[in-house]
Ligand binder design. Structure first.
Ligand code: HEM
Length: 396
């Protein structure tokens, strides 16, 4: 394979998740970033341009013209997830985004807090008397999924089954048949809901988005189906990692746990700092346009070249964040971390996600005030593309 000119090359395939377990990825990214803001690495054995500095990662997010967000999804994950905001550009994107955004605005989030609290307490009820728990399987993996299921008012109450099928949905590149079967399950479940709620809307998210209108446009049934399927990877898989990364930081740095316990006023900033410190969507795969070559910042990109936006590296760029490797509970952010992306495709659910994580933390500290990492166990955050802890064994 010919090397990409003008940037250094490293033998490192981001599709190999175990690399995020065996090396300190933060340290590796910092070493690369100090030498060059862009490197050639690999993704699924193909050349990929890794963007590392805050400046280039934010510039790439902003440059929807040359590096549209949709390219990576087409022909891959979109086969099972369908087309939605992330797979459109221009006015098709703008209109769908405007229709979908109202229930996720910051001002609406307080109306969901009671539901979030309820879900967090239900889950904690199941293990609060035990004196110990494994919070990844017993809490973080279940909490955002259950919230999204309730916000959509889905009839399936089998969380484990929903989680399994939601997981299959996004594995199109690895198991296309499984992904399409999961899609069929979701379509079958959601079809009668759309019909019923078109006729008689409730307060659930499906009702809200099917009756939402922007410039005279509405979502059709297909859009609405895709909306529901998209929420599982977009809202549940990401938020569960975020919850895990926050807990990992608090459990491994006892002074942070003390700060969280004693100073509820800094918890909101702590959640944002945790998402900067270890971003759930750490190294976001993108692709340059399939129909043309692009020269971007002196680098020639053949059509369909993989890009990796290293949110993880940008969020620890010392040019923007002082003492980037320290978790500072009341950090004053000079610039927004890139945790939720930037520009056109900026995460629609960022306020919802932060509120869920904050509410989950409040509930855990209220119910298990002396929570601590179980002796001899690891709460390490791992992974290359998405990052989170594999386990969080705690005692209380
Ligand atoms: C901690 C949790 C979350 C993280 C780290 C996260 C991260 C991101 C990132 C990095 C992007 C940009 C992707 C790109 O530019 O290609 C994005 C987009 C998006 N996110 Fe999130 N997200 C989270 C939670 C949520 C939640 C709770 C929702 C629920 C509505 C959501 C819905 C979306 C949607 C719909 C998009 C696509 C927006 C567009 O294409 O215009 N996310 N998210």
């Amino acid at each position: 394979v010919a090397r990409i000119e003008a940037i250094p090359f490293a033998e490192f395939d981001f599709a190999h998740e175990h690399l995020g377990e065996t090396i300190d990825l933060h340290e590796q990214l910092a070493q690369w970033r100090e030498q060059s803001p862009m490197w050639e690495v690999q993704l699924f054995g193909q050349p990929a341009v890794l963007l590392l500095s805050y400046e280039v990662v934010s510039a790439a997010f902003k440059d929807e013209q040359n590096l549209p967000g949709r390219t990576i999804h087409l022909g891959g994950s979109a086969m099972a997830l369908g087309n939605f905001v992330s797979t459109y550009e221009g006015s098709e994107h703008r209109i769908r985004r405007a229709i979908l955004s109202p229930p996720f605005r910051r001002s609406v989030i307080p109306t969901y807090l009671e539901l979030m609290r309820q879900v967090a307490h239900e889950l904690i009820d199941e293990f609060a008397a035990d004196g110990h728990a494994e919070l990844v399987s017993q809490f973080t993996h279940r909490y955002p999924l259950r919230i999204i299921t309730r916000l959509l008012e889905l009839p399936s109450t089998d969380d484990a089954r929903t989680a399994k099928l939601a997981g299959d949905l996004i594995r199109y590149d690895f198991d296309p048949e499984g992904a399409l079967e999961a899609k069929a399950w979701f379509v079958e479940m959601v079809t009668p809901l759309i019909e019923a709620r078109r006729a008689k809307p409730g307060n659930d998210l499906i009702s809200v988005v099917i009756h939402s209108e922007f410039e005279g446009e509405r979502l059709d049934d297909e859009d609405c189906q895709s909306f529901v399927r998209h929420l599982f990877p977009a809202a549940a898989d990401t938020t569960l990692l975020g919850m895990g990364n926050l807990l990992s930081a608090l459990l491994t740095q006892p002074e942070l746990m003390a700060a969280a316990r004693e100073r509820p006023d800094v918890r909101t900033t702590m959640v944002e700092e945790a998402m900067r410190f270890d971003a759930p969507v750490a190294n976001l795969p993108r692709k340059s346009p399939e129909d043309r070559a692009v020269d971007w910042r002196g680098v020639h990109l053949d059509p369909g070249t993989f890009m990796i936006h290293s949110i993880q590296s940008a969020n620890r760029d010392p040019a923007v964040f002082g003492e980037p490797d320290r978790f500072i509970p009341d950090r004053k952010f000079a610039a927004a971390p890139l945790t939720f992306g930037f520009g056109t495709h900026l995460c629609v659910g960022n306020h919802l996600a932060l509120a869920e994580i904050r509410t989950g933390l409040d509930a855990l500290l209220e119910r298990l005030p002396d929570i601590a990492l179980a002796e001899g166990t690891s709460a390490k955050v791992g992974g290359t593309i998405l990052r989170g802890p594999a386990q969080l064994e705690v005692t209380f």
